[in-house]
Write a protein of this length. Structure first.
Length: 691
């Protein structure tokens, strides 16, 4: 059957779960956590990772836990599973009741019989959770043989049934494959299949879709929500994606610095957040349904050190509404039925937090439109030859195929698309880390493809990159000062005596303190490490910076700080960004114009506001439909069309339009030739015969 973009589960995803959740709450809770405390013993002291956590989950209900990294979300889930590291972790107080059993009092053998059978967990990264040397089938069948005593034939039949249930095609042959032979989305589906194998009563999903594209993310979460509703499975989902919470969660628990700050139904918490931290989180999220604003709201500062947390309210040092009474631990106040808040000023925070609206940044785009083109890419292609076996036939991976784009001084060119579409390869071509197979990449009117390696040294002073993972891109054996100074030393930007002063200046420019030059990367938070990466990129005074998923690994509040910083630096220094990302809301906020890439080709290219308000290509429309908006009222009213199927292999791309196997508008004409790029409006280019 041809893949189609269809209304996923209709609008049942919102018409029925509400009823299912209500019905589930009439039954006894599957899980009850009461006053849970978790501590870790370290060489520096005791880390109070979870303090006084209490909540429950009912059959068929999805409860989301949100908060910044280090807030205790994952630790609380591991405590439920009894998977905390022995020796260093302890639970000094609290109760965890599951289906009438007190889990903390069970022996390890008794817990083993429950874990995997009645309680299952889906971890964040499937590649590290799946055994790379065992076939998929064996890993799915293992819990069936251990917990349900199935023989091999029955277990294999059940494994095929499970893979079919999670939407994997040709399940019989997939059982004989290894994890590396599956895509990221398929590996995550396998993890869900393993979790559901024994029909558990409780499923814990810890950031189950963080590493996935928006289309695959939508498919998996729709699947989890549907299975939860149909099979009465209680689900706990841990995430920092508030759009996911708005779309799928029945109730929300907001955690901050090991404690619960606010809890209630998704509709109540999103429409009327009453804890200053919850309000800050929601305000910091870029919105896909709104035009660009001048600044993202941010929560200044960083979460406290849980070795020595502040007295009273944990959020007090970062709260703009803090008063003397906040030195006392705030009690939980029921502001409305089912909505509780731990804040002394919950009754007045709405009045205190009335902020004026922020002006749009149309002026920024207008200013950029009058500038010179600094980066001009014409018909660029990059093919990678591969050979299967010693005497196998050589084939080509068409990673980038006939791409034409440009960026002006002072503007941001956003580049979006699913993993494997060629975004990062195009970024490497711009940096000349890879040589193009064909086409031109002109920087300041010089074709980089024709330059020798020695000539590229001078160019690289004016082109820099910010990588996705700041920890792996910073040398752990060098101090922050040495990391930032290294490019200045290599390119001889300044005399040696002036380098230390410039390092201090750059640290202040990116919002860090000069004394941090003496620290090592592991001594900084994720947001601080990303700022160091930005400072290093600025050290040689570049004109163009390639930002390759530069904010995707950051918490919502830290992400807002870094995006604001990038925009401030752009205005001060006239920088041009090539901003590669899969978060469409972030791209809309920061970009002047956006290119949508699919399987090596640009399918749509337009000014940001035009593309997001009036997408013309079916793939762009599907991407926007799959991206959640952090507002339950909007999410549960708008129809959603989830694109089905997997991204085709670049080794064997479809003939004609590369999107036609997954396109709802595809006809026989789409299979005959690659569609020409047409201009449908001012600077709005689309490669589709039906647009």
């Amino acid at each position: 059957m041809k893949n189609e973009v269809v209304p996923s589960l209709g609008n049942r995803a919102f018409a029925e779960p509400a009823a299912a959740a209500v019905a589930g709450r009439l039954l006894p809770p599957v899980l009850e956590i009461d006053d849970l405390h978790v501590q870790f013993s370290t060489s520096h002291g005791t880390v109070r990772a979870v303090e006084g956590l209490s909540y429950s989950v009912h059959p068929g209900e999805m409860v989301a836990i949100v908060g910044e990294s280090g807030s205790g979300k994952s630790v609380s889930a591991l405590a439920v599973m009894r998977l905390l590291p022995p020796g260093t972790a302890r639970i000094p107080a609290g109760r965890v009741r599951f289906d009438g059993k007190e889990l903390l009092q069970l022996s390890e053998e008794e817990m083993r019989r429950i874990r995997g059978r009645e309680i299952a967990m889906i971890f964040q990264e499937p590649m590290t959770s799946l055994n790379p040397v065992l076939r998929i089938g064996l890993q799915i069948m293992e819990p069936l043989t251990i917990h349900l005593n199935m023989d091999e034939r029955a277990a294999r039949a059940r494994a095929i049934e499970l893979l079919t249930l999670v939407g994997i095609t040709d399940p019989d042959s997939r059982l004989d494959q290894y994890p590396h032979q599956l895509s990221g989305g398929m590996r995550q589906r396998v993890m869900i299949a393993i979790g559901l194998a024994c029909n558990p009563k409780l499923l814990i999903a810890d950031e189950p879709t963080t590493a996935l594209d928006v289309t695959i993310q939508a498919q998996i979460l729709e699947l989890m929500k549907d299975l939860s509703r149909r099979l009465g499975i209680a689900v706990i989902i841990i995430t920092h994606n508030l759009g996911i919470v708005a779309r799928y969660a029945d109730r929300v628990n907001v955690m901050y610095a090991a404690r619960l700050a606010e809890s209630g139904t998704a509709e109540r918490v999103f429409s009327r957040p009453l804890h200053p931290y919850a309000r800050g989180l929601l305000a910091a999220v870029p919105r896909l349904d709104r035009g660009r604003s001048a600044k993202l709201a941010t929560i200044e500062g960083a979460p406290p050190n849980l070795l020595a947390p502040p007295e009273g309210c944990r959020f007090r040092p970062r709260c703009k509404f803090a008063i003397d009474k906040c030195h006392e631990v705030p009690p939980f106040v029921a502001v409305e039925p089912g909505h509780v808040v731990s804040c002394h000023r919950a009754s007045e925070v709405e009045e205190l937090d009335r902020l004026p609206g922020q002006a749009a940044t149309a002026a920024r785009a207008a200013k950029a439109n009058g500038a010179d083109v600094i980066l001009d890419i014409k018909h660029a292609s990059k093919f990678f030859p591969i050979r299967s076996g010693l005497f196998g036939r050589q084939r080509m991976i068409r990673a980038v195929n006939d791409v034409t784009l440009d960026a002006r001084r002072g503007e941001t060119l956003g580049l979006v698309g699913e993993s494997g579409c060629g975004k990062s390869t195009l970024g490497r071509l711009v940096l000349r880390l890879d040589d193009p197979t064909a086409g031109e990449i002109r920087f300041e009117n010089v074709d980089l493809a024709r330059l020798k390696r020695s000539q590229m040294v001078a160019v690289r002073k004016r082109m820099q990159v910010i990588f996705q993972d700041p920890y792996s891109s910073l040398n752990p054996r060098m101090t922050v000062g040495q990391i930032i100074a290294e490019p200045m030393r290599v390119h001889e930007v300044l005399p040696k005596p002036q380098v230390a002063g410039r390092v201090a200046e750059l640290l202040q420019l990116v919002g860090l303190f000069p004394y941090m030059a003496l620290r090592y990367p592991h001594e900084l938070s994720g947001g601080q490490r990303q700022r160091v990466g930005i400072a290093r990129a600025l050290a040689v005074n570049p004109n163009v910076i390639v930002c390759d998923e530069a904010v995707s690994a950051l918490d919502v509040s830290i992400q807002g700080q870094v995006i604001n910083l990038l925009e401030d630096l752009q205005h001060k220094l006239g920088l041009t960004y090539l901003f590669i990302a899969h978060d469409l809301a972030v791209v809309r906020h920061i970009s002047s114009k956006v290119a949508v890439m699919y399987l090596g080709r640009i399918v749509e290219y337009a000014p940001a506001d035009t593309l997001f308000s009036s997408p013309k290509h079916p793939y762009t429309q599907a991407l926007l439909a799959a991206a959640p908006i952090p507002d339950p009222v909007i999410e549960r009213a708008r129809p959603r069309r989830i694109i089905s199927g997997e991204l085709p292999s670049p080794l064997k791309p479809p003939v004609g339009c590369v999107f036609h196997p997954r396109c709802p508008l595809a006809t026989e004409d789409c299979k005959k030739a690659v569609p020409a790029t047409r201009e449908l409006g001012p600077s709005h280019m689309v490669a589709c015969i039906h647009a």
